[in-house]
Design a protein around this ligand. Sequence first.
Ligand SMILES: *Cc1c(COP(=O)(O)O)cnc(C)c1O
Length: 506
Amino acid sequence: MDVLCPVHDQQGKRDVIILNIRSMERIYLETSGETLDPEDWQDFRRQSHRMLDDMLDYTENLRSRPVWQTIPPAVRDAFNQDMPEQSADMTSAHAIFMQDVLPYAIGNAHPGFMGWVHGGGTPVGMMAEMLSAGLNANLGGREQMPVEVERQVLRWMRELFSFPDTASGLFVTGTSMANFISVLVARAAHLGVAVRDEGLSVDHGLVAYASGSAHVSIAQAMDMAGLGTLALRKVCLDENFQMDVKALEAAIVKDRAQGLKPFMITATAGTVDVGAIDPLDEIADIAKRHGLWLHVDGAYGALGMLSPDIAPMLKGMERADSIAFDFHKWGQVPYDAGFVLVKDGELHRRAFATPAAYLQRELRGMAAGSPWPCDFGPDLSRSFRALKAWFTLKVYGAEKLGSMISNTCVLARYLKQRIEAAPMLEMLAPVALNIVCFRYQGSDKLNADIVVALQESGIAAPSTTMVKGRLAIRAAIVNHRTEKRDIDALVDAVLALGEKLWSMNE
Ligand SMILES: *Cc1c(COP(=O)(O)O)cnc(C)c1O
């Protein structure tokens, strides 16, 4: 038998261990004594302050930059190198970041960014990210204040959405994950948690419903939950791009008559294409009548609850069984910060909690504090997303965040006015919230070309979508930095580019 006999080196610095006393064979195991911390903290501190200043300069002076720039091939190629064997200074990595990465980001921090649905981030969120990275907390669970910060945000969200004290909630990457978790909880609600062990039979017969403009992550969640995308019924829209509730109920009745098992309705609060809000109260009535799980995908729209103007439009959301939303969109928290809220917290826990010897809970000590966040979703190791959301709510306050959200809707209405005043422009959908879909007179191709040219100009960055079969220039005003002058710049540039590209094509 080997005997380990640790002996400290006389020189003090290194540990020396003599192995196997019986054979008197001496094997020295020496540690290098090195860590990954800086050798010179003063120097590191100076460099760190420079990095902080650079990001604050960037944020302060965003307007002086283009929204977006094409990535030069040489810049892209600079990131196709062998893995470094040797150490380098942090200064050189920082210089590469400043030169090759920062200028070629997508630009969602910029006030002229209006593509897709991207939040702008805030300096407060950035600083909170630094604190959380410094702490390097793992929010899977255990007895620690970072988990209490997450629970504080959960309590605030319960209050905001009028959910009971027994509701559960969890930070996740984004609404795509939050939608997936909700489908799994709804599946367990319908089939019992035994489905976790037994799995699904091939002809499970479960069907779910969402509007034709529901986000793709809903179908993807059906796929990942083993239910299949074909089991998601796409309910048609009315003239306001909201789910047609009569068609919804007819589909449920028809499916049930055919022996299928309707189990879930997903209503959208703020569709990704035009920003429509499904009639939540009426859908909640239908869900109740037919005993279905009601999920609300409020990815960006749900936080409209912070705004006194928008909250009434979201009436009925409090009746949902689960809500998915993002702090990183309208909430302006830096990426990523999605959240899922489930009314029946105990069911939520039972749909995910998985006992394991190495995750044993205790009543005292570091393994206390059960249930842990890892009991409510598929992630075990989790970052401290809650801190940047907590900082954002704590520093700005609900009122200011709410008026910022209202402001983006006012700007959308201003954009609508400008479009209606321009004979060459046409509105394609009503403006429910902060998304405006319009087009320049001419073909789909012309409009797609205008959007690409706009993005390449760096002046403004809308994206495109299809509205009733026609390509739309789509401006989503999500960024708190966007102002009237950015809307003017967008409209003026669309008109100028439209005229130029139209004459070139003729
Ligand atoms: C953005 C969005 C999603 C997806 O959210 P992620 O945070 O990107 O995963 C889902 N639904 C709607 C309505 C969205 O706007």
